[in-house]
Design a protein around this ligand. Structure first.
Ligand code: UDP
Length: 331
């Protein structure tokens, strides 16, 4: 029996592949390698290069590897891009997920874990935000994921498949053993941008918005280490297999927020540098504050955070960034 990981050549997916392999699972990766990298897939896994919407190839892989569970990471993830190109997000995130679900149902896959996002909440009425709070996305990215959550709920009610939806907060860091990390060139996520600046790949970091109603005016987010997030997926898989009658929607965060300025302070601290900050206007689609109420995930999964420390997240992200820089220098 094998586990299928879509987007397994991407940032979070490649870490989930490592966590699954380390736990002894057999893994088959589906990735079109548009934003992912073949070298990011651990050689212990099988890589099938195709789109998740390619029902013929996906169904053949499910059959050929006796897949009973799918972890669905593949998708587009940049909030501002979703505002300027919404149809890309509805195609890559919503329409492709519909096709994948059809493949799963037709082949009798029993368990499905979906990478959702705190962006499904939009601007929360209260922070920390809990899973039962209203989901009113303020950008197409969040809506494209929320629509997939709705499909999954309906599919699980109609067919013998159960699911876990993990609503990720801000994922950062890299594999503590240095086997993977965030490798996408031109990435827009704050900690990635900051470590790129620290290694000379960028001249400065822009702070998008200094007039939010937060403690220092900059946006507040709940940063979770990618290693912990990957292990939460393994725990979710164990739970889905142990009790096929239950579905779960869980926030994946640490339950505490840091402002942009506080994150940049941490980067300065860890690197012993003073990275140039430029104050700029707000970015389209950004809420002021997103922090997880994480009591449900702690109560539901056999999982405890191991790397809940902002400086550690930055240190691991920086170590990976330095490896990338060395690799570039060798080429
Ligand atoms: N941000 C920033 N400068 C950057 C990238 C991000 O000030 O170069 C801010 C952004 O406005 C938000 C926070 O950092 O308040 C986290 O943004 P990111 O893009 O990392 O993740 P998102 O929360 O949009 O998924």
């Amino acid at each position: 029996m094998a586990v299928m990981v879509t987007g397994g050549a991407g940032y979070i997916g490649s870490h989930a592949v490592l966590a699954l392999l380390d736990a002894g699972h057999e893994v088959v990766v589906i990735d079109n390698l548009v934003t992912g990298f073949a070298w990011a897939v651990d050689p212990r896994a099988t890589l099938v290069q195709c789109d998740v919407a390619d029902e013929g190839r996906v169904r053949a892989a499910i059959r050929g590897h006796h897949v009973d569970a799918i972890l669905h990471f593949a998708g587009s993830v940049v909030v501002p891009e979703s505002v300027s190109d919404p149809l890309k997000y509805y195609r890559n995130n919503t329409v492709a997920s519909r096709a994948l679900l059809e493949s799963a149902v037709c082949e009798g896959v029993r368990h499905f874990i979906f990478s959702s996002t705190a962006a499904t909440y939009g601007t929360p009425e209260r922070v920390p935000v809990a899973e039962g709070d209203p989901t009113v996305p303020i950008n197409p990215y969040g809506m494209s994921k929320l629509m997939t959550e709705a499909m999954l709920r309906d599919v699980a009610a109609a067919h013998p498949i159960n699911y876990a939806v993990l609503r990720y907060f801000n994922v950062a860091g890299a594999d503590p053993q240095g086997r993977s990390g965030q490798s996408t060139a031109g990435a827009t996520h704050l900690i990635k941008v900051a470590v790129e600046a620290a290694t000379g790949r960028r001249s400065h970091v822009s702070i998008f918005g200094t007039d939010f109603p937060t403690r220092d005016g900059t946006g507040v987010r709940d940063y979770i280490h990618v290693h912990d997030l990957a292990k939460a997926h393994v725990a979710a898989l164990d739970l889905l297999r142990a009790d096929p009658s239950l579905n779960h929607t869980l926030n994946a965060g640490y339950g505490r927020g840091f402002s942009v300025a506080e994150v940049l302070d941490a980067v300065d601290r860890v690197t012993n540098m003073t990275i140039e900050r430029r104050l700029e206007g707000r970015r389209a689609g950004d809420p002021a504050e997103l922090v997880a109420d994480n009591r449900a995930i702690l109560a539901t999964l056999d999982w405890r955070p191991e790397r809940d420390d902002l400086d550690l997240i930055v240190r691991d992200a920086l170590a990976w960034e330095r490896r990338l820089a060395e690799r570039d220098a060798e080429d």
